[in-house]
Design a protein around this ligand. Sequence first.
Ligand code: NZQ
Ligand code: ZN
Length: 411
Amino acid sequence: MNPFELHIPTRIYFGQEKKESFFDQLTEYGSNVLLVTGGGSVKRLGFLDSVIKSLEDRKIQVVLFEGIESNPHAQTIDKAAALGKKEKIDFVLAFGGGSVMDASKAIAGLIHDNENEIWPFVLGEPKYKKMKGALPVAAIPTTAATASEVTAHAVISNPEVKGKSPVSYPFMKPSACWLNPAYHTTLPLTTTRDGASDIISHVIENYLLGGNDSPLADRYSEGVMETVIQTLPQIEEDPENEDLRGRMMWASTLALNGMQVSGRKPAPFTLHNLEHALSGYNHDLAHGRGLATLYPAYLRWLWEKDRVRDRLALLGSRLFGIEHDDVNEASIAFISVFEIWLQENGLYQRLSDVGVPPEAFGDVADYAIKTYGGGKELSAAGSLPREEIIKIFEMTENQSAEFEGKETLHV
Ligand code: NZQ
Ligand code: ZN
């Protein structure tokens, strides 16, 4: 095993029954909260009033900020931070998906540091790593996708520069989160699928590129992936089933809390680098959908370059029972079966289907390299230069959205 440091400071409350305990804990953070929500779903669905009541019952004064976009805009975050400063809030409560949670962390940092703009603090900009602290953040996630409720990251989008880039600090990890599966039964099918794709990405990235040194990290990651692969089709059949929603939600939280990489070699987050450049180009593209679009092309590209075939084969054996003496056959078989799963679950399409046309590929590759590759190139078990990034993007254009049902998938 390789050396690592792990600190998971978030107190996690799971289940409807834990509501009172969660809100009781919030009283430790102060008496004036900035409650941050997204584009209106938690209000429309009738969830917001009871959260406000639980806060007010505890004499916590609520300042509400509504309107965080999917792929949260830097400019909206700046506005929310200005409101929080004016109202002298003590802590931030995020009630929404990854976009709301990420925005809340950034808002908490800006208020703590008495700063006005978040964009200069993101990776690739002058104040990167210069933030000093953040107000306490708590979160009630309403998507199963990002694990932002336990991570140090906040991914910020900026339509003015067609960019998307993270800020990341240990002090941004939420202090508490409440995972209530009931809030997930309303998630649209597409958002559910996008989230499942994101959860898989958080474990598969390092599984493939991080080497063989931590068998337990392998088993942990396989458990997360197997849960998602089995649970997504079940949710599609029974979307209001809280037990299934809870399973997916817990898989989401576990996928990016640090355990998944413990003991493996550090490795780049290549798919994420590429995807953030894609949804930076098109802010209407959901992160998980962008990742799903990249999977088949990226995995086939790795295979064609004869990279990590042993890891692909191991995953095929563990997830789908694919056994083959020849690692080359076993690894390509895994890719084919995983593609079928994507097809069967409505996650298989071209980049041009999701608003990134071929004429944009060069610009998107340039942004990925500038922001995530130090201006030189990306890496994925070896070099991933501009022309190869474009090749991966082009390979997605062979992915027909029309699934022909050519094989049956047995999980
Ligand atoms: O905006 P509202 O009205 O809330 O609607 C949202 C939004 O339209 C809707 N929604 C959320 N909960 C719902 C619901 N609709 C019905 N019922 C509910 N219970 O779902 C849509 C998508 O929400 P969003 O928050 O944008 O999705 P997600 O959770 O996938 O978050 C994506 C953002 O997180 C970043 C992504 O890059 C992207 O910006 N990530 C953050 C990470 C982190 N902090 O560690 C890691 C990830 O890799 C990722 O990069
Ligand atoms: Zn992700």
